[in-house]
Design a protein around this ligand. Structure first.
Ligand code: NAD
Length: 476
């Protein structure tokens, strides 16, 4: 597929290409242009040209285009989910969830389009003020490969509704579904140049976007280290930035928890998307009174998961997105083995040398008796590996849960209100789930504390964050 700039399919000035591979087979399925800084300039100029007439439309008109797109996406969900599985690896049922999630996000923003208003402020004898909200201009989005479709929705929904035009960069391994969604938006009435999609590598296209003077706000979702680089470069300009970075979410299972429900929650929470989710359960703390029973059930469930090509109807876990991601996980487990930092209960290998030879698979893995200093506990582990730690009481569970630089999400599994109160108050995370984990509906603000980044996405106030106020002061 080609890039989309100014309503045209574009090969890019360099005419070099990036191959897109199916992670389940290693086969090349398509190629996209390896964009350059000149392509980014072309895209920001196209977005700037399209800005005035897009900003002049009413929110309701812009919302209608988002709504029509969501309807079309629902109609075409099978094709879109298939494309997502083939480029990203996740099982078809998860791709279907994600495509529908994208439609939900656009529908949500279309639905609130009539309620986004400025304000009038009465100052008595001094006059009255009318405060209107104006879009920022051209906004940039940099998308990761783990949830490329949903995250595209989180970024374009509020920004387009608020009247901004955009330049979007997909991850280099998952550009195809993003490009297809861009086509659907235009088919449903998005004017040319309002959303420009530049494919390419992070170091070239991404860096050019961070440095670009036309882009007023840049929203990035991705790895912590990349986020730090972006912050340092963007800090030199007046660009507004949102950084949605990694997570190392704890899950606390107390002695009064519904054990079966908590086991389900842990399996979904950790192994969904082959463990490649920012808010996945990355550290599990279980009360010692139920630990033996819980771990036995968890092990049974994990061993019953079917690993395979995501297109298979019975597959629970697909491949990881790239060979590089699988290597990272393999290295982390080897380090843990060599340093005797924990005990592997099940899994712990990459499935190479089997029928899975050509894909980037890693067997779902449970590790117990993990020491707090292990890299499994101190870093974000972005794959299907779950460390399980036994805790004697809530105080130590909270202490261990907070023993991280990330503060994205956390969950507690209990029936006790005072436990919920303490966890909500004392655990340092932006989202605390009770008896569930992972759900991120578009209605709810999303983001964490500490080193997980800067800013919030989603929720009814997100369009405001893509706007600026302008005041008319009437001194009667
Ligand atoms: P990544 O940082 O490698 O890549 C993300 C995007 O940034 C890609 O489009 C990439 O091409 C681009 N990029 C790479 N280097 C760049 C640079 N120097 N300048 C500008 N752009 C650059 O991240 P990833 O591996 O694709 O994504 C996985 C990470 O994303 C995990 O850490 C995960 O926790 C995080 N994530 C966070 C959230 C959240 O909302 N907090 C959601 C999903 C994923």
């Amino acid at each position: 597929m080609l890039m989309r700039i100014g309503g045209k399919d574009v090969e890019g000035v360099d005419e070099t290409w990036i191959e897109v591979k199916n992670p389940a087979t290693g086969e090349i399925i398509d190629r996209v242009p390896a964009g350059t800084p000149e392509d980014v300039t072309g895209a920001t100029e196209a977005a700037e040209t399209a800005f005035d007439s897009w900003a002049d439309m009413t929110m309701r008109e812009r919302g209608k285009i988002l709504f029509r797109t969501s309807r079309k996406v629902r109609e075409q969900y099978k094709d879109l989910a298939h494309l997502l599985t083939v480029e990203q690896g996740k099982p078809l049922k998860e791709s279907t969830d994600e495509v529908r999630g994208f439609a939900n996000v656009l529908e949500f923003y279309a639905g609130i389009s009539a309620c986004q208003n400025g304000e009038a402020i009465q100052l008595g004898a001094a006059g009255d003020c009318i405060v209107v909200r104006k879009p920022l201009g051209v906004c940039g989005s940099i998308i990761p490969w783990n949830m490329p479709v949903l995250i595209m929705g989180w970024k374009i929904g509020p920004a387009l509704l608020a009247g901004n035009t955009m330049v979007l960069k997909p991850a280099s391994s998952t550009p195809l579904t993003n490009l297809r969604l861009g086509q659907i938006l235009e088919e449903e009435g998005l004017p040319p140049g309002v959303l420009n999609i530049v494919t390419g590598r992070g170091e070239t296209v991404g860096t050019a976007m961070v440095k670009d003077a036309i882009i007023q706000k840049l929203s990035f979702t991705g790895d912590y280290e990349t986020g730090v680089r972006i912050r340092d470069i963007a800090g030199a300009s007046f660009k507004d930035i949102v950084l949605e970075l990694g997570g190392s979410d704890p899950m606390i299972v107390m002695q009064d928890a519904d054990i079966d429900k908590a086991v389900d929650g842990a399996v979904r929470g950790r192994f969904y998307n082959a463990g490649q989710t920012c808010t996945a359960v990355k550290r599990l703390y279980v009360h010692e009174k139920i630990a033996a029973q819980f771990i036995r059930k968890l092990q049974d469930r994990v061993e019953s998961l079917t690993v395979g090509n995501g297109l298979g109807s019975k597959v629970d876990i697909g491949p990881m997105n790239s060979a590089e991601q699988r290597e990272k996980i393999s290295r982390r487990i080897e380090e843990m083995r060599n340093n005797k930092e924990g005990i592997i209960l099940t899994g712990g290998n990459s499935l190479r040398g089997t029928v899975y030879e050509k894909g980037y698979f890693y067997r779902p893995t449970l590790v117990t008796n993990v020491i707090p200093e292990s890299g499994l506990m101190t870093n974000e582990v972005f794959g299907p590996v779950l460390p399980v730690v036994t805790i004697p009481d809530l105080t130590s569970a909270i202490r261990e849960a907070n023993n991280t630089r990330f503060g994205l999400g956390a969950s507690v599994w209990t029936k006790d209100l005072s436990t919920i109160k303490r966890v909500f108050k004392e655990v340092n995370a932006g989202i605390i789930w009770v008896n569930r984990h992972l759900s991120v509906p578009p209605e709810v603000p999303f983001g964490g504390l500490n080193d997980r980044g800067i800013g919030r996405e989603n929720g009814q106030h997100a369009p405001e964050s893509y706007s600026q106020t302008k005041t008319l002061y009437l001194g009667w």
